[in-house]
Ligand binder design. Sequence first.
Ligand SMILES: *[C@@H]1O[C@H](CO)[C@@H](O)[C@H](O)[C@H]1NC(C)=O
Ligand SMILES: *[C@@H]1O[C@H](CO)[C@@H](O)[C@H](O)[C@H]1NC(C)=O
Ligand SMILES: *[C@@H]1O[C@H](CO)[C@@H](O)[C@H](O)[C@H]1NC(C)=O
Ligand SMILES: *[C@@H]1O[C@H](CO)[C@@H](O)[C@H](O)[C@H]1NC(C)=O
Ligand SMILES: *[C@@H]1O[C@H](CO)[C@@H](O)[C@H](O)[C@H]1NC(C)=O
Ligand SMILES: *[C@@H]1O[C@H](CO)[C@@H](O)[C@H](O)[C@H]1NC(C)=O
Ligand SMILES: *[C@@H]1O[C@H](CO)[C@@H](O)[C@H](O)[C@H]1NC(C)=O
Ligand SMILES: *[C@@H]1O[C@H](CO)[C@@H](O)[C@H](O)[C@H]1NC(C)=O
Ligand SMILES: *[C@@H]1O[C@H](CO)[C@@H](O)[C@H](O)[C@H]1NC(C)=O
Ligand SMILES: *[C@@H]1O[C@H](CO)[C@@H](O)[C@H](O)[C@H]1NC(C)=O
Ligand SMILES: CC(=O)N[C@H]1CO[C@H](CO)[C@@H](O)[C@@H]1O
Length: 302
Amino acid sequence: MILSKCNAVITCAWMLLSLFPAGHALFNSSSVQTVHRGMSVNISCNYQPINDSDGLTMELQTANSKLCSVMKSNKLWINQSCRDHCRFIWIPETVHMAFEVSNLQINDTGIYKCAVSRIIPPPSQLLGEEETFVQVIAQPNVTVSHERALGGFPTVVCRSEGFYPSTLEQMWMRNGEFQNASLTYSINKTNPDGSFTLHSYLNISDCVNYSCWVNHSSLSQPTIYHMSSTDCYGNRDTNKWIALVTSALLILAILMITIVCERYKRAHHRSPSRGAELLEVSCAPGSRSCPHVDERKTRSWT
Ligand SMILES: *[C@@H]1O[C@H](CO)[C@@H](O)[C@H](O)[C@H]1NC(C)=O
Ligand SMILES: *[C@@H]1O[C@H](CO)[C@@H](O)[C@H](O)[C@H]1NC(C)=O
Ligand SMILES: *[C@@H]1O[C@H](CO)[C@@H](O)[C@H](O)[C@H]1NC(C)=O
Ligand SMILES: *[C@@H]1O[C@H](CO)[C@@H](O)[C@H](O)[C@H]1NC(C)=O
Ligand SMILES: *[C@@H]1O[C@H](CO)[C@@H](O)[C@H](O)[C@H]1NC(C)=O
Ligand SMILES: *[C@@H]1O[C@H](CO)[C@@H](O)[C@H](O)[C@H]1NC(C)=O
Ligand SMILES: *[C@@H]1O[C@H](CO)[C@@H](O)[C@H](O)[C@H]1NC(C)=O
Ligand SMILES: *[C@@H]1O[C@H](CO)[C@@H](O)[C@H](O)[C@H]1NC(C)=O
Ligand SMILES: *[C@@H]1O[C@H](CO)[C@@H](O)[C@H](O)[C@H]1NC(C)=O
Ligand SMILES: *[C@@H]1O[C@H](CO)[C@@H](O)[C@H](O)[C@H]1NC(C)=O
Ligand SMILES: CC(=O)N[C@H]1CO[C@H](CO)[C@@H](O)[C@@H]1O
């Protein structure tokens, strides 16, 4: 469906060209194209046909595969084969031929070659080829957060994930001033899709404005990611609350054990044989500290 439409467009375009005088330029050059992941690139074939009646083939190749090839015969473009995400572009106004490769992924980085050959009349002859280096880049996804720490000040973590190529600068700033890099601990890893991830840890000793400065070729300029200081205090408050609630519950438990034990101790004084049995039953499942608490409380209260 798409191919037949394409075929019609190409044919139509070629017919349009026939109305224009054909150029004589025949040259090659090398160039670099930098493209964000998921975007498209046009690989130009810097060749302009000399003779309408020539039979030509145009091919888009990478180091290890043929992505697309188109043939012109009898003034018609015949689709031969194009892989997914590849198509032939023909602009009659500028007599421009190119291949478009869309939805580029990190592993699509490499050299692309467009080659034009004449097959009719024989012998076949390479008329021109152009190499383009396509550099796919991927932006880091940056997050700044605290690692939970019970008591004391936490560690702050800056995570730059899924970037490509691997060169990335990541630095910590404290109140707007760069921190000495020797204080930072970093982990660098490769993701399954070929992108990279960099985590930087910084032990902090105060709750001020910490931010993460990141620079990468995919960013138009270095970017600073902030972490609010209230966040830091918030975490410490949470820790304090956890500690407070835990202590309160512990004290309550000790008090209850003490009261229960005290009650049975008194019962034991009144009726020794029955009391001893009851004390054993009530204290055994509670804790080993029961008789200890019992003794201490007895001492302090009497
Ligand atoms: C054109 O391509 C040929 C062979 O690939 C190479 O030797 C030549 O230097 C290229 N010319 C330019 C201007 O790039
Ligand atoms: C490639 O060329 C086509 C036709 O000129 C144009 O529509 C498209 O936007 C171009 N794509 C890129 C990525 O430049
Ligand atoms: C184009 O090719 C045809 C057949 O191969 C030939 O007769 C004709 O002279 C050529 N024209 C030009 C301008 O080279
Ligand atoms: C960035 O990472 C966060 C957390 O892992 C995720 O929710 C989000 O979708 C990511 N954003 C992009 C653009 O990948
Ligand atoms: C991460 O590791 C790769 C491969 O080992 C390396 O090329 C790159 O420079 C490292 N990046 C950083 C920011 O350390
Ligand atoms: C970073 O710390 C190291 C060791 O503590 C020190 O030698 C170096 O001068 C410091 N660098 C800066 C820029 O403060
Ligand atoms: C940060 O603290 C942890 C544990 O307290 C320690 O193991 C680590 O070496 C510290 N890192 C730096 C860069 O000081
Ligand atoms: C390239 O990467 C994409 C997505 O990351 C994956 O779907 C595809 O299989 C990879 N291609 C090759 C040849 O490894
Ligand atoms: C932290 O830095 C941000 C951005 O520069 C600023 O908006 C905020 O007021 C600062 N907070 C404190 C507590 O200094
Ligand atoms: C940021 O990175 C780009 C490319 O990686 C580089 O050209 C630029 O000088 C860097 N900027 C700063 C401020 O380091
Ligand atoms: C030579 C060739 O592969 N031609 C194909 C062009 O596209 C149409 C429509 O997809 C096919 O039917 C042809 O076989």
